[in-house]
Structures are given as structure tokens and as C-alpha cells.
Design a protein around this ligand. Structure first.
Ligand SMILES: Nc1ncnc2c1ncn2[C@@H]1O[C@H](COP(=O)(O)OP(=O)(O)OP(=O)(O)O)[C@@H](O)[C@H]1O
Ligand SMILES: [Mg+2]
Length: 308
């Protein structure tokens, strides 16, 4: 078995990182204009590591992959994503990207971004499979981005509503949220916060006897369509609701939509609410995962309960 380690880059790793970058980029076919990666040296990499950090991947102790970070506002840019060709197809790049995303989440950054050359379809495909979207094209460069998930420990129902209300300010017509979590986890409570933030009419309750309910805006904004998919038999029935008709002009929330609503919405926020085993404990775990190009372009921000 190979032993693969990803370590936070420090000054002592600079020589190894330079070597990995050179091996990786020298093995690529020469592009026009060529990459500037081969001009990286101990001074440039040392400065980058010192300022923003990076990662080094070791396989059986030998340097196999590297990436440099650059923080720009609330974005983590990945630079010089490199895998030594002698260590290709061993999961080096995947492990590195996974760790880079963890770093972004830990630092509270909303998005990860990188540049891939349009001439390298395998590279472009690699990023697509990992959930990155092309948000911009500049000549030969495809700017890829992915919005990072948000996690919160939520002590009370009021906090849950406050988070959703803040999120509502970033929503627009056409957006879809897929809510999952056990019975009584807090999906409807979360939706109430959305309704308050969007300023829509009507109390938001569990739509037990109706499958979907439309709450029109009181302020000329998008309506909130609240769907309870719990009783739906499957995708065919969800499709029968003809939600497509309203998706474009409303914010649509599907409770219990997990595994059902995804096909409706390549762009969506997956919201998962979980509760502990202890029924007397009101604390919930909340995870909001943005999916698709819509969110790759903007990211998601939640300031409520930011540091817990
Ligand atoms: N931290 C919390 N976050 C959310 N709800 C909480 C929290 N603490 C307590 N609650 C309470 O838990 C209940 C959650 O019920 P809710 O109807 O929102 O769940 P649900 O996930 O929609 O359930 P269902 O599967 O029946 O649709 C509410 O009574 C709410 O006040
Ligand atoms: Mg509910």
C-alpha cells in the first residue's frame, strides 16, 4: 500500500515544491503562450508559501504533488497545481484538492478558484468532476470556481431562522434549495427563516396535506414555493407537480428533496439538518452545500454564528 500524506507547506518544503512544479510542468506539452510555471524558483515559491501557504503531497516520503495558495478577498486561488508525472493516477491531485478545500472552509473563504488551460481537456474534465464550474474565459484560460460549503452548530430554532433569513438576501428567482434531515430536524423552521428574509406572505408550516404551497412576495421580489416531497413516490411524481413552470420566477424549497429534486436543479443549495440522539438537546448541525455554476460564481456567506 502506498503511504500518501498531504502536509501544510512551510519554508522547509520550498525546494521540494519547486522540484514538483518543474517536473509537472516540464512534462506537459508546450502551450502557446507557454505557462510561466517553469520560471518559479526558491525565491518566488518561498515568498508565496510565506504569504498564503500551500500544500505538499508526499508518497512514501517522496514529494509527489504541490499547490500554492493565494487568498484574494473571500476566494482561495489555487496556483501551480502540480503532480509529478512519476506519481500520476495515484490520487495525488484528488487528495490535494480535497485538502485545499478544507483549508478554504477552515479559513472561512467562500470559494476556491483556479485557472485551467483550454487546450488541456483532461485537466478541464478533472475539475468538472470535482464540482468546479467555468465562470469566465480569458483567451486560453478557463477560470474555474467552486463555492465552499458552510457548516454551523445551531443552538436554537431562532438561530436556524436567522441563518436562513441572512441566506435569503443572497437568493433570487430561479434558485432551488433541497432540504434533508430527519423528521423534526428543523427543515420547516429553516424555511420559515427564508420566508421572513424574502418577505413573503403567509405562515410557513409543514405542508402536510398539500404537497406544495406558494407564498407570494409582499415586496415585489420572488415568491417562495415550499414543497414537501415526503409523501411523493419518486421523481416521476415530483416531475408531475410541474414545478418547472414556477421555478424560474420563485425561490423553490423542497423538503425531503434529497435524491429527488437534484435532477430538477443542477444549480442548487443542498441543506442538511441533523440532530443528535439526545432528544432534550435542541442543538442542530447545519450544512449548506452550494452546487453548480450559479453558486460557483458568487459563493454563499453566512455571518450568523460565524465562529463556533
Ligand atoms: N436548533 C434548532 N433548529 C431548528 N429547530 C429547532 C431547534 N431547536 C429546536 N427546534 C424545534 O424543532 C422543531 C423542528 O421542526 P420542523 O417542523 O422545522 O422540522 P422538519 O425537519 O421540517 O420536520 P418534518 O420532517 O416533519 O418536516 C421545531 O419545533 C423547532 O422549534
Ligand atoms: Mg417540515
Amino acid at each position: 500500500m502506498t503511504d500518501l500524506h498531504v502536509v501544510d507547506a512551510t519554508s522547509e518544503h520550498v525546494a521540494d515544491i519547486v522540484a514538483v512544479i518543474h517536473h509537472a510542468f516540464a512534462a506537459r506539452r508546450v502551450l502557446d503562450p507557454p505557462s510561466t510555471a517553469l520560471s518559479e524558483n526558491a525565491a518566488t515559491v518561498g515568498a508565496a508559501v510565506e504569504k498564503h501557504g500551500g500544500l505538499l503531497v508526499l508518497i512514501d516520503g517522496a514529494p509527489a504533488g504541490a499547490v500554492l495558495f493565494e487568498v484574494e478577498g473571500e476566494v482561495l486561488n489555487l496556483r501551480r497545481v502540480s503532480v509529478d508525472p512519476r506519481h500520476q493516477a495515484r490520487g495525488v491531485a484528488s487528495a490535494m484538492v480535497g485538502c485545499a478545500e478544507e483549508v478554504a472552509v477552515r479559513r472561512g473563504l467562500a470559494r476556491v478558484r483556479l485557472v485551467a488551460r483550454v487546450e488541456l481537456p483532461d485537466t478541464v474534465e478533472f475539475w468538472r468532476r470535482r464540482g468546479y464550474s467555468v465562470v469566465e474565459r480569458q483567451d486560453h484560460n478557463l477560470i474555474h470556481a467552486k463555492a465552499m460549503p458552510i457548516e454551523r452548530t445551531v443552538p436554537t430554532a431562532e438561530d436556524m431562522r436567522a441563518i436562513a433569513a441572512e441566506l435569503a438576501g443572497q437568493l433570487r428567482a430561479g434558485d432551488v434549495l433541497v432540504l434533508s434531515g430527519d423528521l423534526g430536524a428543523g427543515k420547516t423552521t429553516f424555511t420559515q427563516g427564508l420566508g421572513a428574509g424574502l418577505k413573503v406572505r403567509g405562515d410557513i408550516t409543514s405542508p402536510t396535506f398539500v404537497i406544495s404551497r406558494v407564498h407570494p412576495s409582499l415586496v415585489g421580489g420572488p415568491a417562495l414555493v415550499h414543497v414537501d416531497a415526503y409523501r411523493l413516490g419518486g421523481f416521476a411524481e415530483l416531475d408531475d407537480l410541474d414545478l418547472d413552470a414556477s421555478l424560474d420566477d420563485a425561490v423553490t424549497v423542497v423538503e425531503w428533496g434529497h435524491g429527488l429534486a437534484e435532477a430538477l436543479a443542477p444549480d442548487r443549495l443542498d441543506v442538511v439538518v441533523t440532530r443528535g440522539d439526545d432528544d432534550t438537546d435542541e442543538t442542530r448541525q447545519l450544512r449548506i452545500t452550494p452546487v453548480g455554476p450559479r453558486w460557483a460564481a458568487s459563493g454563499v456567506r453566512v455571518s450568523v454564528l460565524e465562529k463556533n
